[in-house]
Design a protein around this ligand. Structure first.
Ligand SMILES: [Zn+2]
Length: 155
């Protein structure tokens, strides 16, 4: 998994005597819809790529760890749904942890209707969520922290 994530090293395939490069292994596995399947601590698959449309309970738990609830307004996790940052149909977005965000219905509509953008810095449960306001609301489009990082102290 480390080699796969780093993109270095080599992989072996049952029945094939020579090792293959990590990019080749990734391509073959993705083609077979085996990955992107990055495994979480309990071996739950957290990145489903295009193999599943709906986020799984394991993914929602991981996102709850990262976002704490609605990443924008702070509503409790039970009141949220997982939103694809790159949309499933429009953008052929994957059902991956880094393409998901917990939003309550109100914030979900507000983000879509008002033209907000969302960026995720980093990966996994320690990633930072940023909300980019639309130009009509903030001409400088200064990113605003979302998720648990809303509560971080700044110097
Ligand atoms: Zn909300």
């Amino acid at each position: 998994l480390e080699d796969l994530q780093a993109g270095t090293g080599s992989a072996t395939i049952d029945g094939v005597p020579a090792p293959v490069s990590i990019p080749t292994a990734r391509w073959m596995a993705a083609d077979a819809q085996i990955i992107p399947c990055v495994l979480g601590g309990n071996s739950d698959i957290l990145d489903w790529g295009r193999a599943k449309r709906l986020f799984t309970p394991a993914q929602k738990l991981a996102l709850t760890e990262r976002d704490g609830g609605c990443a924008n307004g702070g509503a409790p996790p039970g009141m949220t749904v997982v939103h694809h940052l790159r949309w499933w149909h429009r953008d052929t977005g994957p059902t991956d942890l880094n393409n998901g965000i917990l939003l309550c219905t109100t914030c979900h509509h507000r983000i879509h209707d008002d033209g907000w953008d969302i960026h995720i810095d980093g990966t996994g449960t320690n990633a930072t969520v940023w909300f980019i306001p639309p130009p009509w609301l903030d001409p400088t489009q200064t990113p605003r922290p979302g998720g648990r990082h809303r509560f971080d102290l700044t110097a």
